[in-house]
Write a protein that binds this ligand. Structure first.
Ligand SMILES: NC(=O)C1=CN([C@@H]2O[C@H](COP(=O)(O)OP(=O)(O)OC[C@H]3O[C@@H](n4cnc5c(N)ncnc54)[C@H](O)[C@@H]3O)[C@@H](O)[C@H]2O)C=CC1
Ligand SMILES: O=C(O)CCC(=O)C(=O)O
Length: 447
């Protein structure tokens, strides 16, 4: 239930952004949390801070024409939503996936405002992407697409303006092509204009691993707060992309056993624990399907096509694939199967009903904007290194990431406690993330 004033703001968001259901969901979740902060700070309402936060500062939509290997012309749609720059340049990834439309980019950009604020680092919120499907495309086709995408986007970017990175469908390969085209068009070696770069041309140690490692560190803190640890825990991770792979790797180092992971075609169960080297070979080198993993593991693993990985019982669930993958049905099954903690590596992977079920069952629920903030935080560290023409060691960078995740965890818990909702990471993350942005917006005046 929303407070009357917040309901009217939400109704206005629905009216002004018709059909953008994922954006509506993301806004509602934040509005449901921040009521108590508004009670303590009437100045936010007086200056219409919430109405302003819900309206992007700028939305860019553009045509992306490109030619495939047979000479056929394709037209895709590109997006960049520059949501909020009160804390720093717009910062957030690019998603290449056929499902991308304005509502998805706006939900991701909106989440990014609060996530970036929670890191404590000087980064605003933005997100972008295209309805391009890289699956099945050749190297050359992907390169031509990235070049055409950047040929329009470059004019909106800059290390002090807007700094993209990767997300679903955009990894180090695509970042290389995007940065190469930016450099070519502008004739500037402006390393800090994009993050997630390769180590040979301005990338930072640990950025590739950061979202998954960070999520594992966050869950470790949640478990510690409940007097337990990953040690001996049975863990399920959805997806098998960037976030999933490094979540699996770190969970194993922390003593847990990841028994299942997935892709959009199905899932694999490997009771002895997912073989991370094999998974990396299939997914990162060969860009193959998860079914191949079970084939190569012989009898040790089983492939289950076309079903949700959330039917596999576990003590810790780490959704790392896509939005709304855990609905009320999956959450109920997870609780019945003995799940005690959830760490969201993906953005908004749990529906509002799923969140309610976890919270009512007393499951430690680590919301994505806190649990997966390690990726963007390490991007901000990459920007710091680029600005000072420096590069830090892996060990130093990983320690920084772990410290940041511990701080975020502590901030969520302290804020939830302060506002009378102890242990509620959703409320803690939303209120703490919101307050920092709101205070900066008040200081900057009506802009
Ligand atoms: N890359 C990053 O640094 C960050 C990513 N995220 C979020 O994490 C999630 C995953 O992103 P990445 O790992 O970067 O993307 P990716 O493109 O590397 O991997 C995505 C994975 O999800 C799987 N997947 C997609 N749709 C699926 C479905 N319907 N059912 C089952 N599996 C499905 C794909 O098969 C693939 O294994 C997204 O929600 C993204 O927004 C969040 C924070 C940072
Ligand atoms: O590293 C970044 O700038 C963005 C990461 C991202 O897209 C996310 O946090 O969802």
């Amino acid at each position: 239930m929303l407070h009357e004033k917040l309901q009217s703001i939400y109704d206005n968001v629905l009216r002004r952004n018709p059909g953008e259901t994922e954006f509506h969901q993301a806004v509602r979740e934040v509005l449901e949390s921040i009521g108590p902060a508004l009670g303590k700070h009437p100045e936010y309402a007086e200056s219409k801070i919430i109405e302003r936060i819900c309206e992007p500062e700028r939305q860019i939509i553009f045509r992306v024409p490109w030619e495939d290997d047979r000479g056929e012309v394709h037209i895709n749609r590109g997006f960049r939503v520059e949501f909020n720059s009160a804390l720093g340049p717009y910062k957030g990834g690019l998603r290449f996936h056929p499902s991308v439309y304005l509502g998805i980019v706006k939900f991701l950009g909106f989440e990014q405002i609060f996530k970036n604020s929670l890191t404590g680092l000087p980064i605003g919120g933005g997100k972008g992407g295209a309805d391009f499907d890289p699956k099945g495309r050749s190297e050359r086709e992907v390169m031509r697409f990235c070049q055409s995408f950047m040929t329009e986007l470059y004019r909106h970017l800059g290390e002090y303006t807007d700094v993209p990175a990767g997300d679903t469908g955009v990894g180090q390969r695509e970042i290389g092509y995007l940065f190469g085209q930016y450099k070519r068009i502008t004739n500037r070696y402006e390393s800090g204009v994009i993050t997630g770069k390769g180590l040979s041309y301005g990338g930072a140690q640990v950025r590739t691993e950061a979202t998954g490692y960070g999520c594992a560190f966050f869950v470790e803190e949640m478990l510690k707060a409940r007097g337990t640890s990953f040690d001996g825990k049975r863990v399920v991770v959805s997806g098998s992309g960037n976030v999933a792979i490094y979540t699996i790797e770190k969970v194993r180092q922390l003593g847990g056993t990841v028994v299942a992971c997935s892709d959009s075609s199905g899932y694999v169960v490997d009771e002895k624990g997912i073989d991370i080297d094999l998974l990396k070979q299939i997914k990162q080198v060969e860009r193959g399907r998860i079914e191949t993993y079970a084939q190569r593991r012989g009898g040790a693993a089983v492939y289950v096509p076309g079903r949700s990985v959330w039917e596999v019982p576990c003590e810790v669930a780490m959704p790392s694939a896509t939005q709304n993958e855990i609905t009320g049905r999956e959450a109920t099954a997870l609780v019945k199967g003995g799940c005690i903690a959830v760490g969201e590596g993906a953005n908004m992977p749990t529906t509002p009903e799923g969140i309610r079920i976890f919270q009512e069952a007393g499951v430690a629920f680590g919301i994505g904007k806190a649990a997966n903030a390690g990726g963007v935080a390490t991007s901000a560290l990459e920007m710091q290194q680029n600005a000072s023409r420096d590069s830090w060691s892996f060990e130093y960078s990983e320690q920084k990431l772990q410290d940041i995740m511990r701080d975020i965890h502590a901030r969520c818990l302290e804020t939830a406690e302060e506002y009378g909702m102890p242990g509620n990471y959703v409320a803690g993350a939303n209120i703490a993330g919101f307050k920092r942005v709101a205070d900066a917006m008040l200081s900057l005046g009506l802009i």
